[in-house]
Design a protein around this ligand. Structure first.
Ligand code: NAI
Length: 277
């Protein structure tokens, strides 16, 4: 059975941040399924390595997703060389950022790449996908940090919260405009050993998943028709994740302080809630 009607031999896929990590793992799966894949990435050297890893089968387009003009040039190139896009994966992102007192330039860049990059991809590719009569699939890569909001890197949390909002809004818009011909999905990786994490760990930590495990979970979730493509890792179970999500939402409904999970008066209460059978 096919994963999704847009995932079929000869269809065109674009993956931003496709030169490494999760994007590259998904690219490998789509190439194996017979799609014509364009990798868009700002790292030219890594793009060349990724192109070789895919046996020269991908179109490589140096792109800065933070720039609307660069993403417009990407769309023109992909549509000109490969044809109309069926699968769009807005996945490029960077780390860094920090809390609200951190370097303002770092915040600007992080939001430009991690949030506006997704918006640019959608604004550039979606109109063509909507006006065509073909099946389409859109995956935006979010993060658990955009849902459970751990303190430390507020800039990253803000961007990933935005990606969640944009993708939820997109799913609604698509449902109203084209029914289920084009579907939208939010990919939520757990701790994954990728380019983003290799700078902190020389070898894959036991707690981390491989990018290929994320790609498999993503495809399985799409095949089931799930919107939230929730990934685990080797450290945190779904039950613990579920309690973290609930606890965050219940800060509002229970009148607790913001981020009470990390508040000295609430830490132990949360620990008890998280460990309950
Ligand atoms: P990665 O660093 O291996 O891949 C990200 C790719 O994006 C890189 O090839 C990089 O060159 C590219 N990129 C960065 N800025 C760009 C720009 N301005 N324009 C175009 N390309 C750009 O990292 P990973 O982990 O594969 O990241 C993929 C997605 O997964 C990201 O959205 C990240 O936030 C998300 N994620 C990753 C987690 C992890 O544990 N690795 C956990 C949760 C989410």
């Amino acid at each position: 059975m096919s994963v999704h009607s847009a995932i079929a031999p000869g269809q065109v896929a674009v993956i931003t941040g496709g030169a490494n990590g999760i994007g590259l793992a998904v690219a490998r799966r789509l190439v194996d399924l017979g799609l014509r894949v364009a990798l868009a990435d700002c790292d030219a050297a890594q793009l060349a390595v990724a192109g070789d890893a895919l046996g020269g089968k991908a179109l490589l387009v140096e792109t800065d997703v933070a720039s609307r003009a660069s993403v417009a040039a990407l769309a023109a190139r992909v549509e000109g060389e490969l044809g109309p896009v069926a699968v769009l994966m807005n996945n490029a992102a960077i780390g860094g950022g920090g809390d609200i007192l951190a370097d303002p330039a770092g915040w600007d860049r992080l939001l430009a790449v991690n949030l506006h990059g997704v918006i640019h991809g959608l604004q550039q590719f979606l109109p063509g996908m909507i006006t065509s009569d073909r099946p389409g699939l859109v995956i935006n890569t979010g993060s658990k940090q955009g849902i459970t909001q751990p303190p430390g890197n507020t800039a990253y949390n803000v961007a990933k919260s935005g990606v969640k909002s944009v993708t939820e809004g997109l799913a609604h818009t698509l449902r109203e405009r084209v029914g289920d011909r084009i579907t939208a999905h939010l990919l939520i990786p757990g701790f994954t050993y990728t380019g983003m994490t290799t700078r902190h760990f020389k070898e894959k930590p036991p707690a981390a998943w491989t990018p290929d495990q994320v790609a498999q979970t993503m495809l399985d979730g799409i095949a089931r028709g799930d919107f939230y493509l929730w990934c685990l890792d080797n450290e945190t179970s779904w039950e613990v994740d579920r309690r973290r999500v609930l606890w965050n939402a219940q800060d509002i409904t229970e009148g607790r302080p913001a981020l009470s999970r990390w508040h000295p008066d609430w830490k132990d209460v949360f620990a008890d809630f998280a460990s309950r059978e």
